[in-house]
Design a protein around this ligand. Sequence first.
Ligand SMILES: [Zn+2]
Length: 313
Amino acid sequence: MLAAVFKRPREVEIERVEVPEPKPDEVLVRVLYNGICGTDLRVWEGTHWMVEGWPLEPGAYGHESVGEVASVGSRVEGLKAGDKVVGFGGKSFAQYSLAKDPILVADSALERLALVSPLSNALNIASLVGPRPGGKVLVMGQGTIGLFVTKLLSERGVEVIATDVVDRRLRLSKKFGAKAYDARDPEYAAKIVEENGEIESVVECAGSERTLAPACDVVAPAGTIVIYGCQQTMPLPYKPLRRKGVRIEFGTASTNPRTGIDYTLLAVRMLQRDSLYAEDVISEKITLQELPEVLAGFDRERWIKVVVEPNRE
Ligand SMILES: [Zn+2]
């Protein structure tokens, strides 16, 4: 089979490797769709916290995958060849991938199920924010997860203020229910406070260390900042945090660490019921062969979610 191999930072090659063999409790899945995540872009750069050595194993870390069961291990029950599944392993920038306990899904809307992982993360973030209807939340960064957080909160009657540095994402954030501010404007944090007053929660989904200082300026006394995207060591401005008594939390992936609730199944159901503007979020579909070039020239002005189809020629 063909698989992408991340050799070292900024170097990915498509190689022919052995199809992996499922263990008794594993399922071999033919990958139909796999979304490129912000994680993958950081892995490509060599700056992601999860990377512990190079090269990565074939297909890693591609994890936003939808596929078709090819074969099942001897102890697997309830799944057979041809079944469609989501929620499997982390090596899906490849034609085949191994899965443990994947989620069986109906044979429809498969493409948008590549958004299950970002939507489950957004549901978890929304649960961490614990928003009040009528309350105000600032969502910094309007990539796939940020846009979904915006949509989920605004549908619950929360006033969402969103920031980004890309025009297309700012436009979409309005469609998803936010009042949008351009973070390229050096005065944006001051404008947000001036025009909206106190904001009780701030969510960082931009993956940028530059968001922390404005987040501390904007958040209300006794407010919460949820840091989700950025991963570097960040100096905390003590004064505003201390003066206001701010709580800082770090988001996990799809499972709320306090309640233990995993939002993956809910994300599957929501995406099967409703497109959730998936057509706006999935901006490009590519073959596996195109992946190295797309990672090297990832165009944030044009693309939000790019989905790889590893078995398309
Ligand atoms: Zn992801």
